[in-house]
Design a binder for this molecule. Structure first.
Ligand SMILES: Nc1ncnc2c1ncn2[C@@H]1O[C@H](COP(=O)(O)OP(=O)(O)OP(=O)(O)O)[C@@H](O)[C@H]1O
Ligand SMILES: [Mg+2]
Length: 266
């Protein structure tokens, strides 16, 4: 089957700070991928490349096998900091991508209204972001991303600001949404359990620049619940991911120190 999304030999730097080098990644249609890696390694940058907000300096990013430049309408992007506009209501915020695509305002808002009950937001249509709880804001942000494109959903640490209980609820909610929409989903997280629980594959990003990521397959039946964390298989994966990350946390400062003593200031 054709890959939904593929990075092929991608190189990307900010000025003289390399982020990706010879980077390859393949994601199948309908797959759920978790990306985990140390802070500042370039995870959000990877998403901005997929969304088409940044362009690679070498290599290609293919959607359905072609290097589509205008990915508007194909990629739904939920950025790391929820970017709800404080002066727009829930409905007005969520309708934004449809309005950008040229859907008449009234129709766009009707579409959003019809979706709100599934997000537990029916009563909050006319509320402003400042009046919502963290979990509600995340759900509005998710709905907005979904309305900008369902082919590929990019979720950048979607639950990091939530308390533990809300976070577990949202994880189960997201698993259900994923099965319902059939979207290809990529999620960045710093939480090892979250990465494993939701994903078909966990991609561990290491190195600076990021070169070949380590991929771990999560072969556990679905539907999964938070109780799946107690399985022996889950615990083995957790150890594996932590092993890779710990190694990386230890080696990162050394690489940086070596670069500095070598005279490279970057
Ligand atoms: N627009 C930019 N211009 C220059 N450098 C940038 C820019 N955006 C990010 N960087 C740098 O690139 C590196 C990767 O940033 P990025 O935000 O992708 O990391 P991340 O893995 O998402 O980190 P975190 O887990 O903390 O969110 C960092 O060193 C960051 O300072
Ligand atoms: Mg980030």
């Amino acid at each position: 089957m054709l890959d939904k999304l593929a990075f092929s030999g991608v190189r990307f730097s900010y000025g003289d700070q390399p982020i990706l080098q010879h980077f390859d990644l393949r994601v199948k249609q309908g797959e759920f991928i978790s990306l985990i890696g140390p802070s500042g390694i370039g995870k959000s940058t990877l998403f901005q490349l997929i969304a088409g907000l940044l362009q690679p300096q070498a290599g290609a990013i293919l959607v359905d096998g072609s290097p589509v430049e205008n990915r508007l309408g194909m990629v739904g992007y939920m950025p790391q900091r929820d970017a709800l506009l404080p002066w727009r209501t829930v409905v007005e915020n969520a309708a934004l991508p449809l309005e950008i695509k040229g859907v008449p305002k009234k129709e766009a808002r009707e579409t959003v209204r019809s979706q709100l009950p599934r997000y537990g937001l029916a009563e909050w249509a006319e509320a402003y972001p400042g009046q919502l709880s963290g979990g509600m804001r995340q759900r509005v942000s998710f709905l907005r991303a979904l309305l900008s494109g369902t082919d590929i959903m990019l979720l950048d640490e979607p639950f990091s600001a939530l308390d533990g209980i809300t976070r577990m609820e949202m994880q189960e909610w997201l698993m259900a949404m994923w099965q319902e929409t059939g979207s290809t989903m990529l999620m960045i997280t710093h939480d090892i359990d979250e990465a494993i629980l939701l994903a078909d594959r966990v991609i561990v990003l290491t190195g600076r620049p990021i070169e070949q990521p380590v991929e771990l397959k999560v072969d556990m039946e679905r539907p999964r619940t938070t109780a799946s964390r107690n399985r022996a298989q889950f615990q083995a994966l957790r150890e594996q991911v932590w092993g890779l990350l710990r190694q990386n946390v230890v080696t990162l400062p050394r690489q940086e120190a070596a670069a500095r003593t070598a005279g490279g200031d970057a």
